[in-house]
Design a binder for this molecule. Structure first.
Ligand code: NAP
Length: 259
């Protein structure tokens, strides 16, 4: 580019012609990501576990914007259901380019009080879910020769949190998974990154008491809880062609909480 020349026009819909699958997209951060990717031009598969009405509302919002969308029920902890979900994404919307692993069930207690079943639910929805979805989706994305995989982890996987041994393990595992998969797919035109939100206003954090919320906010550099859209904006950037030279990273979106 000649000195002083501004770049050619930046496309308004950089994901036009791309198909995205967002797990856990019926509510919270996943919902915001699905809507963001659709606003950027992608057709979007909206995965959910049980809340069909909420997933349909997200789909209706995307359809109203002129993009294609499908609500797909599947437990990401089940390899069979994930395989069906990925196949349905392709048959309903077309070849897959973007996978966002967002689904997660949160259960937390001090380690000696944590039931084995709860440990299992957390690891199964988060870490196994990421594995099952990538195992099913990667061959299809590789076929397209261009792709983006974005894993939603957490700063809790970096700094730890009392009562969150299972959750922190799933999320720290997700970071190692991200780096390894980035190295597996670097030569195939596919980037793999993780986004690590801090304390974000969703149903997952609605159970936190007012007193604890204030104490947590006092420890956040920006002094406030974050919003789902603030996470979705970073996911949208990583999914865009402009993030072409970023892979294997973990980007915190935490208002400086983990500093
Ligand atoms: P949320 O409000 O609890 O929503 C969870 C979503 O995941 C729902 O759409 C739910 O579907 C779906 N889901 C749960 N288990 C599933 C499964 N086994 N298979 C398929 N879908 C499943 O969660 P959130 O706060 O938006 O969190 C989204 C992601 O951000 C998670 O990975 C979470 O760990 C991460 N995160 C959140 C925060 C935070 O402060 N909120 C902080 C750091 C990281 P249904 O509606 O059908 O139940």
């Amino acid at each position: 580019m000649a000195a002083g020349r501004i770049p050619d026009a930046i496309p308004a819909r950089p994901l036009e012609g791309r198909v995205a699958l967002v797990t856990g997209a019926s509510r919270g951060i996943g919902r915001a990501i699905a809507l963001r990717l659709a606003a950027m031009g992608a057709d979007v598969a909206v995965n959910y576990l049980s809340n069909e009405a909420a997933a349909r509302e997200v789909v209706d919002g995307i359809l109203a914007s002129g993009r294609k969308a499908a609500a797909i029920k599947a437990d990401v902890g089940s390899p069979e259901e994930v395989e069906t979900m990925v196949a349905r994404t392709v048959s309903d919307l077309g070849p897959l380019h973007i996978l966002v692993n967002n689904a997660q069930i949160h259960k937390g207690r001090l380690v000696h009080k944590l039931a084995l079943e709860d440990w299992d639910v957390v690891i199964r929805s988060g870490l196994y879910g990421m594995f099952h979805c990538c195992r099913a989706a990667v061959p299809r994305i590789v076929e397209e020769g261009w792709g983006r995989i974005i894993n939603i982890v957490s700063v809790v996987g970096l700094i730890g949190w009392p009562g969150d041994t299972a959750y922190a393990s799933a999320k720290a595992g997700g970071m190692g998974f991200t780096r390894s998969l980035a190295k597996e797919l670097g030569s195939k035109g596919i980037t793999v990154n993780a986004v690590a939100p801090g304390y974000i206003r969703t149903d997952m954090t609605a159970v936190i008491s007012e007193k604890s919320r204030k104490a947590m906010e006092a420890g956040i550099t920006l002094g406030r809880i974050g919003e789902s859209d603030e996470v979705a904006a970073v996911v949208g950037f990583l999914a865009s062609p402009e993030a072409s030279y970023i892979t294997g990273t973990v980007i915190p979106v935490d208002g400086g909480w983990a500093l």
